[in-house]
Design a protein around this ligand. Structure first.
Ligand code: MN
Ligand code: MN
Length: 315
């Protein structure tokens, strides 16, 4: 194994160096990248326990434990694509904050760079979609305890329970090419679940996930999104809080870490235009395990996206 000239820190002690995502170089010129790892430290759309604004920093720290070669697929994403960490910052008035997030991702998209981001609460996926899906709606594999297709909450259309309803309304997300996996937990009204189902999304509640098993869920997810342009959004609360307690809206009875890894590895070959890991909330994560899980899922997503980008480049 030789040192990659683009990623010298990968072969230095993992506790040394500046804590970028996966020890990649910090890059400010999008032209230098195929895939941008980006933090979106915004949690102004949280409906209950806050703290996901601290997610990117802790995921960056834990991601120093990630290495190059995937042990199952033998993919080395850094050999397939130019990968770097890009800086960002934003806060306050939610609609202005969403505009700022969109304005951050739009030039990356214009430069042909595929984003893999760490939230932040799930609200941040909406402005990312606004930046990358304007030319055609995306399909989506969405792992979450919640459908995030609710409408107004406390007088706001924009919060972490509504991004995918807004994305459908804005023509950014194709509900017929959307699969939601791991849904569970009581709600005060069923309107979000009903919106997902009536709009044509395939909703795999946790009970069906358990009954089908991971392989059948993979087959169903692949059937739903098909060969078109697709996004993967991974809300860490889709996992059981045994594995990921540090999150704003934990729901017991969820997906295990190995099930999630198998599920993501089963999505190889999809035509991917972005991915995210959201809702890691370090203030509720005293062991740090949720940040490690988030970083690990981000690495799984990086391997998938790198293969997809390399295929499009003809590599
Ligand atoms: Mn969510
Ligand atoms: Mn959730």
């Amino acid at each position: 194994m030789t040192e990659s000239p683009d990623q010298p820190a990968m072969f230095r002690p993992r506790y040394a160096e500046i804590a970028t995502f996966m020890r990649t170089a910090l890059v400010s010129d999008p032209a230098a990248l195929d895939i941008a790892l980006a933090g979106v430290p915004y949690d102004g759309g949280t409906s209950n326990r806050p703290g996901a604004r601290h997610g990117p920093r802790e995921i960056r720290n834990s991601s120093s434990l990630m290495r190059a070669y995937h042990h199952v697929t033998r993919v080395n994403p850094y050999a397939l694509c130019r990968v770097g960490d890009v800086p960002s910052e934003r806060i306050y008035d939610i609609e202005a904050a969403l505009d700022e997030i969109q304005a951050f991702f739009a030039p990356l998209h214009a430069a042909g760079v595929v984003p893999i981001s760490a939230g932040g609460d799930h609200t941040v996926t909406l402005p990312i979609f606004r930046a990358i899906a304007a030319e055609r709606p995306l399909g989506m594999v969405h792992i979450d305890a919640h459908t995030d297709t609710w409408d107004e909450f406390q007088g706001s259309k924009f919060h972490h329970g509504s991004p995918f309803r807004r994305a459908v309304e804005e023509g950014l997300l194709d509900p017929r090419r959307t699969v939601q996996i791991g849904i569970r937990g009581a709600q005060n009204t069923p309107e979000g679940w009903d919106y997902s189902l009536s709009s044509g999304m395939r909703v795999i509640f946790m009970e069906e996930f358990t009954a089908l098993g991971v392989e059948a869920v993979i087959a169903e997810a692949r059937r739903v999104v098909g060969a078109g342009a697709t996004y993967i959004s991974f809300d860490v609360d889709g996992l059981d809080p045994v594995y990921a307690p540090g999150t704003g809206t934990p729901e017991v009875g969820g997906i295990t870490t190995i099930e999630a890894q198998r599920l993501l590895r089963g999505l190889g070959g999809l035509d991917l235009y972005g991915a995210d890991v959201v809702e890691v909330s370090p203030p509720f994560d005293p062991s740090g395990n949720t940040a490690l899980v988030g970083a690990t899922m981000m690495y799984e997503l990086l391997c998938l996206v790198a293969e997809s980008v390399a295929r499009r480049k003809g590599g």
